[in-house]
Design a protein around this ligand. Structure first.
Ligand code: C2E
Ligand code: MG
Ligand code: MG
Ligand code: MG
Length: 291
């Protein structure tokens, strides 16, 4: 009897697997069409200075404008895009679109911002990334925009000397690197020393409990201090409450990002928010130095 049960279970499981596989094939096919038809849009989440509250930059976050399902979140398709190589055309579009938008904001009168773009490890294993960014760097406004590539620790973990060289070549074009989701991977200090990273982003999972959970509080504090002693800047991700912001500010976290400030926004709403923040923050640091 137990054998029969096992058999049933097994069959049930394989049907489930079949369903998962079928869905995946469907998403893959739809994603190919999405790339051809450019069914993507970028949302922008403000990153603000923890002390002054002024907008320092924006993180570009991709969404898929699916003809039937509406806006699809990246967690539902980035992994498939990586497995199929479709992340290469999608990633190229994201990079160019984010820079085009940042330049448009400049033309519209926003102060120069840092624009952060998430880059997958798959893109980092392709030499094409250097050429892509080199081309982008010759477009208008690039010298006034600060491009930041957000990479995860897995990029560095799987990296070879070639990755390191590629990172440095891209770095020569004036591009900075930020280590995303910091604390969730191996968080090896040797990565921070070896690679030209100048910024870490503390993962949301630590930030969300930093006020109530003693060990998360200690961890956040330790990451900030360690990063600072290595000469790196720190952004806290997923800041949702005033008490979290206070906690982070008291511990000299440089930047904050999260729903407390704003969700990711369409470009035009981001522009309006950035202008409002600019007006609310008439700080001495922002007035031009007299000569
Ligand atoms: P990420 O780079 O760590 O981006 C932060 C994610 O946290 C975003 O989700 C953002 O909407 C969300 N978030 C921000 N503040 C809060 C908060 O206060 N509370 C909560 N609960 N969530 C917050 P999103 O946009 O769904 O993106 C998810 C992930 O997808 C990103 O994580 C990134 O790893 C990936 N991704 C997004 N766009 C791209 C892209 O253009 N290329 C690549 N390769 N990956 C991307
Ligand atoms: Mg990111
Ligand atoms: Mg992150
Ligand atoms: Mg994440």
């Amino acid at each position: 009897q137990s054998k029969q049960l096992g058999k049933n279970r097994c069959q049930f499981y394989s049907q489930d697997m079949q369903e998962v596989a079928r869905l995946r094939v469907q998403i893959e096919a739809e994603l190919r069409v999405a790339v051809e038809r450019r069914q993507f849009v970028l949302y922008y989440q403000p990153i603000i200075d923890a002390r002054s509250g002024s907008v320092n930059g924006a993180e570009a976050l991709v969404r898929w404008q699916h003809p039937m399902r509406g806006l699809v979140a990246p967690d539902e398709f980035i992994a498939i895009a990586e497995d199929t190589g479709l992340i290469l055309p999608i990633g190229a579009w994201v990079l160019n679109e984010a820079l085009r938008q940042a330049n448009e904001w400049l033309v519209q009168g926003l102060p120069p911002l840092r624009i952060a773009v998430n880059v997958s490890g798959v893109q980092f294993r392709e030499q094409g990334l250097l050429e892509l960014i080199a081309q982008a760097s010759r477009k208008p406004g690039f010298d006034r925009i600060k491009l930041v590539l957000e990479i995860t620790e897995s990029v560095l973990m799987q990296s070879s000397d070639a990755t390191e060289t590629l990172m440095r070549e891209i770095g020569k074009l004036g591009v900075n690197y930020s280590l995303d989701d910091f604390g969730t991977g191996y968080s090896s200090l040797s990565y921070l020393k070896r690679f030209p990273v100048d910024h870490v982003k503390i993962d949301r999972s630590f930030v969300s409990d930093c006020v109530d959970d003693k060990s998360d509080a200690l961890l956040v504090e330790a990451i900030i201090n360690m990063a600072h002693s290595l000469g790196l800047k720190v952004t806290a991700e997923g800041v949702e409450t005033d008490s979290q912001r206070e906690f982070l500010r008291a511990r000299h976290c440089d930047y904050i990002q999260g729903y407390l400030v704003s969700e990711p926004l369409p470009a035009d709403e981001f522009r309006i928010l950035a202008l409002r923040y600019q007006a609310d923050n008439e700080l001495p640091a922002q007035t031009p130095t007299p000569w």
